[in-house]
Design a protein. Sequence first.
Lengths: 414, 208
Amino acid sequence: MNLFSLSIKNVFAKPLSSLLSVLLFGFGVAIIVSILLTSTFLKSEINKNAQGIDLVVGAKGSPLQIILASIFHIDFPTGNISLEDANNLTRNRLVASAIPLSLGDSYKGYRIVGTTKAYADLYEAGLSEGDWFGYEMTATVGATVAMKLGIKPGDELKSAHGLSEGAGGHEEHPFKVVGIMEPTGSVVDQLILVSVQSVWEVHGSYEAHDHEGGGVHHEKIVLDRLGLEVTNEQLANEDITSLLLKYRSPMAAVQLPRIVNGTSNLQAASPPYETARLFNIIGVGVDVVNVLGLVIIILSATSVFIALINSLKERKYELAIMRSMGASQLKIFLLILTEGIVLTIIGSLCGFGLAHAGFGILTNSMEQIQTSGMFFVTDEYYVMLGSLTVGIFASIIPAFLAYKSDISETLSKA
Amino acid sequence: MLQIKGLKHSYDGNPPIDYPDWDVKKGNHAIIIGNSGCGKTTLLHLIGGLMPPKEGTLVVAGENLAEKPKSKLDRFRGENIGIIFQKPHLVKALSVKENLMLSQYLGQKKTDSKRAEEVLDSLGIADLASRKIHQISQGQAQRVSIARAVINSPALLLADEPTASLDDENCQKVIDLLKSQAEETGATLIVATHDHRVKSEFKNQLTL
């Protein structure tokens, strides 16, 4: 028997009113923690995937769309840009390196990305099996794709034109899987990487000129900034979807987007700027939900307050008799305070549990996201501290009333 | 055990009550008798240290309560005094035995489950030990409140109208019980009552 076990017993002696307080508190905390988890997770996910990319160049259109399609692989590309334009741009002295991307095909809902090995290096992806893709219709598959679809090296993938499942096929040009990547926790896990040339071949032009043609005028030129080897004809005729650029100097951040946008067909999109814009748009909604969470927590604090005041009225003789048995005023004060704090702690623990379980279930159901309910952020400590403070505030007045009450007066009216 | 000299008490706006001087020796059971509203309960509360006396001397168990600071009264009560109130007012969230152990905890004694069982046994209610308060009858609750008052073996056992709502038979039983419990724990028993059935049971009487 001590103060703490006594307050626990008092809390459980009124299951319904305690349940109401715990539920309200739990929901308020759950809402705030869920928002905290998702927004922190989204930001870290975005930062992880946009790491090492200073500028994305695509066809004219929405810059946000270019970012979403080329970095996060969740929207449709704005169109294609010519290889020649892309190559000219990479020869600018402000560009440190460039990675070409050819998007637009998919396999069972997973996107096929025509690129170079540099793209895998950007995400520090290693091989768990087999080899990297080469020019000849070979593919290296991301860890999640391989696991979900059960793909092994040696399998053939018949790609589909378009980014959604069930789109029209490229039956006659299957890719041969030559390698599987290790999990990276980034967007690469969801992708099937092939060479840019393979994508051209699937779409009909490369094969005709390279395999069947032969001859002297098909000499290869090396586009070293892009890491591509192409023929003159390809350079003149082929397209890619976008370019991921890295700046050589901070000056480039000012000048390069202007140069790109000045080129008639190109559009520059800066990942930090666009994601900040995206968060601004979402931010309003986040604020509204956060306010809702706070309102619920204030309601629950009121319910804790009322529950304590009511139980004080009911228990005033009990408390007076406890004083007569030797309990000091401070002990009674602490007893009531502990009861309020116990309620809010149980409530906020339920809230944390609920938020993490919900987050775990939500992210598990989304194939593109890899995390679990055990994802914690440091700001949660502040929520914990905040709810403790709310608990103390809700119970300090009832505790003080109990502290002040005159035992003799109470007992002589019994 | 108890000495009262020139003790006065007044509630705000009311004329003060003068209490006659009174002595109770250790182990010498006594009764405070008088009609309702004459200040019996007030005197009992003063003796029990539930409020500080305003004037006069009031020596309980060798200590003058008039000189004791309020903060030390709590501890004094817990260690020296057991009070049985008109109504039991047991802590509803706890079982019968836990109520007794709460008394041990608040009186700064070791919580001792065995001692609690012994006291319940001596009052003939050992089988109620694990019952919740709402599961026992009024009469049983009163016995539990007696057990709660004697568990810490107080020097002074006070009872406020313990027989007010009882029939003759049960009135006698309760008085016998209080006396035997007081003797078992070596306590001095003081009963405040308006119940004249009880009067003949006590030699030392203070009439207000």
